[in-house]
Design a protein around this ligand. Structure first.
Ligand code: ZN
Length: 167
């Protein structure tokens, strides 16, 4: 099994030490909203968040199986793998339900990092952790475009009530 593709270390934000990250945020007015998102990620049982702050689109996504997160400014997907995987996901915008959604194993994302550097990188991989990271990133980028998993068309396989959901 191939390793999950993770970004280089300087982009990974340890959720137990958010304060160290905040001074790296180049756009001063984004420090407070990014701080709020990271605190929410740390406290709540959620995998990611999307928020539009004035002219900036922000996502913060947990890296599965770690205590770390990724923050991206103005992310957009420029490429995705032909390989897809099928898994379940929930969303605070779709309360009481979970959906089974087909998502690409890897994504190439163009974005600005918190230090202001423009990047274009591949995320994901063939491992479960890699696929989960790509899934969560696409899920949050969908929100920036005004959608949720119900808008995924044919890629949405089924939706069930959370309390009826069994793996
Ligand atoms: Zn969501």
């Amino acid at each position: 099994m191939a390793e999950a593709i993770f970004p280089p270390d300087e982009q990974v934000i340890p959720l137990y030490d958010i304060a160290r990250t905040i001074p790296c945020i180049v756009v001063h007015e984004l420090r407070a909203p990014i701080w709020d998102m990271l605190m929410l990620l740390r406290r709540a049982d959620i995998e990611g968040l999307a928020r539009v702050h004035k002219a900036s689109k922000l996502i913060a996504v947990k890296i599965p199986s770690t205590e770390s997160a990724l923050v991206m400014l103005d992310p957009s997907i420029t490429k995705h793998s032909r390989r897809y995987n099928l898994d379940w996901e929930g969303c605070s915008d779709v309360p009481y339900h979970v959906g089974q959604v087909r998502r690409p194993d890897t994504l190439t994302i163009k974005y600005t990092d918190i230090t202001g550097r423009k990047r274009e990188k591949e995320f994901g991989g063939s491992s479960h952790i890699g696929q989960e990271l790509a899934r969560n990133l696409e899920h949050e980028i969908d929100h920036l475009d005004g959608g949720d998993f119900l808008d995924r068309g044919r890629r949405l396989v089924q939706v069930v009530l959370k309390h009826e959901f069994k793996l």
